[in-house]
Write a protein of this length. Structure first.
Length: 259
């Protein structure tokens, strides 16, 4: 593949599992989700080697059979709650997680000043003071995930200092920056880089979600803003989060779904 693509790698891997002969995927995605899918297919009878590296070799089999497989925890959902805790200067313990899939995110949270501790399946985070601004540059795994970019931009809007956020994966993925500006965020866009100068407080406003992760970023920004924030078009949010408002409410957030 010319470009690293998670969904492309997964689709080709599934097709190759039942294709005649041997298939070699080069420049394959290395994300944990690819490895998890390979484990599932292998449990069903597929012959796959190299998942987690940039070369995956698949020997086709005539058929696959039933199997039992537990899907890995959602590392982006986990990262979203961690970013929300850091932005609001909270203390949260997340269970049913996979800390070893979140190294880049956890490193940046520690750089922002958070205390982070992990066990095999849980993460605890505490941000006792205003976070420090941290710059991020998105990259394929094991780099910083593009799906955490909007959440860290929300964190940067109220951080101490200036953060440079560079998006290298997707074009036009800074639309949430314009909505955060409605909340009083100091953000300047230059090509694929956003310069975010942290402010003491944001101010609630009506904003519009433009994609899944932008929705999560706007919710985090709304949590730290004074007054009421209304996030419109949350059907984007529901594509990747189950009962987000219920889980945040259980942590003390004042958040309700109004439609």
């Amino acid at each position: 593949m010319d470009l690293v693509t998670v969904t492309g790698t997964e689709n080709l891997m599934m097709a190759a599992a039942l294709a005649e002969g041997e298939t070699l995927l080069e420049n394959a995605a290395r994300e944990p989700e690819v490895v998890d899918l390979a484990r599932c297919l292998t449990a069903m009878g597929a012959k796959i080697e190299g998942a987690g590296s940039d070369r995956i070799r698949i020997q086709g089999v005539p058929s696959l059979g039933g199997a039992e497989h537990c899907v890995m925890p959602d590392r982006i959902e986990t990262g979203t709650y961690l970013a929300a805790a850091a932005a609001t200067r909270g203390k949260v313990r997340l269970t049913g997680t996979a800390p070893d899939s979140l190294d880049a995110t956890l490193d940046k949270l520690r750089e922002a000043g958070a205390k982070v501790s992990t066990s095999d399946s849980s993460i605890e985070i505490e941000m006792a003071d205003r976070p420090n601004a941290v710059s991020v540059r998105t990259a394929p795994y094991p780099g910083f995930a593009t799906d955490m970019q909007a959440q860290f931009m929300a964190l940067a809007t109220v951080a101490r200092g200036t953060a440079l956020i560079t998006e290298t994966i997707f074009e036009n993925r800074f639309m949430h920056a314009l909505e955060m500006q409605r909340l009083g965020a100091d953000i300047r866009l230059e090509g694929n880089t956003a310069m975010v100068k942290g402010v003491e407080r944001l101010q609630g406003a009506k904003v519009m979600a433009t994609d899944l992760r932008a929705s999560a970023g706007l919710v985090i920004a709304g949590l730290v803003a004074d007054g009421d924030t209304v996030v419109d078009r949350i059907y984007h949010l529901d594509r990747g989060y189950e009962a987000l408002e219920t889980k945040l409410s259980s942590l003390g957030a004042r958040i309700v779904r109004i439609s």
